[in-house]
Design a protein around this ligand. Sequence first.
Ligand SMILES: [Cu+2]
Length: 122
Amino acid sequence: MTNLMKTAILLAVSVLAVFTMSGCSKNDYGSNPPPNNNTTPGSVTISNFSFSPTSVTINVGDKVKWTNNDDVSHTVTSNTGSELNSSLFSKGQTFEHTFTTAGTYTYHCTPHPTMTGTVVVK
Ligand SMILES: [Cu+2]
């Protein structure tokens, strides 16, 4: 075996080792939880013509899911702006929205304006 061949093999092995190590650390979150990939930290139930809880607090990038348990259809509609703009959804159906900007989002139900709620995005 020539010295050149030895060097080439050594180089190939060390490149492989670096790749393996970096691949490992890429997927190793240690004690930290993995990044938030569209989990649902905010859950709101709609029943008896009200949102419960009326206010949820989440982080930027988090998703809120509304579940309608009423026999009538409801919407989740921003009081101002267009962040929340669901269609009417009926019993057993859900509406989900991911918030990408911090702020306080107040909303109501279009056919039942006395139904109101708030999403606080930190
Ligand atoms: Cu409603």
